[in-house]
Design a protein around this ligand. Structure first.
Ligand code: DGL
Length: 266
């Protein structure tokens, strides 16, 4: 008898839902525990030590739910803590950096890629280190966009003038350069996909959730012919943010129970 593949997916907040949406669109037969650390978001302005500590607690919570594999649906945790998590926990753990960089390397024609992300992600050089080691002919630039996550977590939509102004402020410097590919290196950023594309109409955007979903299919423990997905949504703060959240970008997520959990106990 086929059973559902039980995986854990986590992020500092709501951004990982964009990754989960892509995973659910590309894969069926999943039983997912999603954890968004909404009480402690953002991670991207914190020290590596704090990010690793938070990520360890997030993984321990998911392991308590008996998941068989974990998707780090957070650019910041993937950049700072992935290796530490892989060494500490004896379970398949996948991050977003390698699939996103591989997807960007495939499409660039000018050989100049830009990565946008949180301050912690850009300062870690995790994306650029992977790209230059794997694809030495490519140039990589990086821009930290620390205001994007607070805007998104606070429900600012893409068509809000403040959102548009903020996107323009960070990204207009790369308009009319030889950069032709932009990695949205933070899982919150697909919520700004349309406004970023309007700001940079000639640049190909790489959504890391889409890039990751194929890799997730390959790591799933079991073959299954079950055609539905089941998701339990867990948050460390009140779930109201998720309820009022713009779901235009989350069309593939099934309904499921929403739970508040105390992450400090893990
Ligand atoms: N979604 C996280 C990421 O991909 C958000 C960062 C944050 O919490 O600052 O980096």
């Amino acid at each position: 008898m086929n059973t559902l593949n039980r995986i854990g997916v986590f992020d500092s907040g709501l951004g990982g839902l964009t990754v989960l949406d892509a995973i659910c669109s590309a894969n069926k037969g999943l039983s997912v525990v999603y954890f968004g650390d909404t009480a402690r978001v953002p991670y991207g302005s914190r020290t590596p030590e704090t990010i690793i500590h938070y990520a360890e607690q997030d993984v321990r919570f998911l392991l308590s739910k008996n998941v068989e594999a974990i998707v780090v649906a957070c650019g910041t945790v993937s950049a700072i803590a992935l290796e530490a998590l892989k060494q500490e926990f004896p379970i398949p753990i996948i991050g977003v950096i390698e699939p996103a960089c591989d997807a960007a390397a495939k499409v660039t024609k000018t050989n100049h890629i830009c990565v946008i992300g949180t301050q912690a992600t850009v300062h870690s050089h995790a994306y650029s280190d992977y790209i230059t080691s794997r694809y030495p002919h490519l140039n990589v630039s990086g821009i930290g966009c620390p205001l994007f996550v607070p805007l998104i977590e606070n429900g600012f939509r893409e068509d809000d003038p403040i959102t548009k102004l903020t996107v323009d402020r960070y990204l207009s410097p790369i308009r009319n350069t030889d950069i032709d590919t932009l990695i949205l290196g933070c899982t919150h950023y697909p919520f700004l996909y349309n406004v970023i594309q309007e700001t940079l109409p000639d640049i190909q955007l790489i959504d890391i959730g889409v890039a990751l979903s194929e890799a997730v299919g390959k790591m799933l423990p079991l073959p299954t012919n079950i055609s539905d997905n089941f998701v339990e949504y867990c948050f460390s703060d009140r779930e109201t943010g998720f309820k009022r959240f713009d779901t235009e970008h989350l069309r593939n997520l099934p309904n499921g129970p929403i739970k508040a959990i105390n992450i400090e106990t893990f």
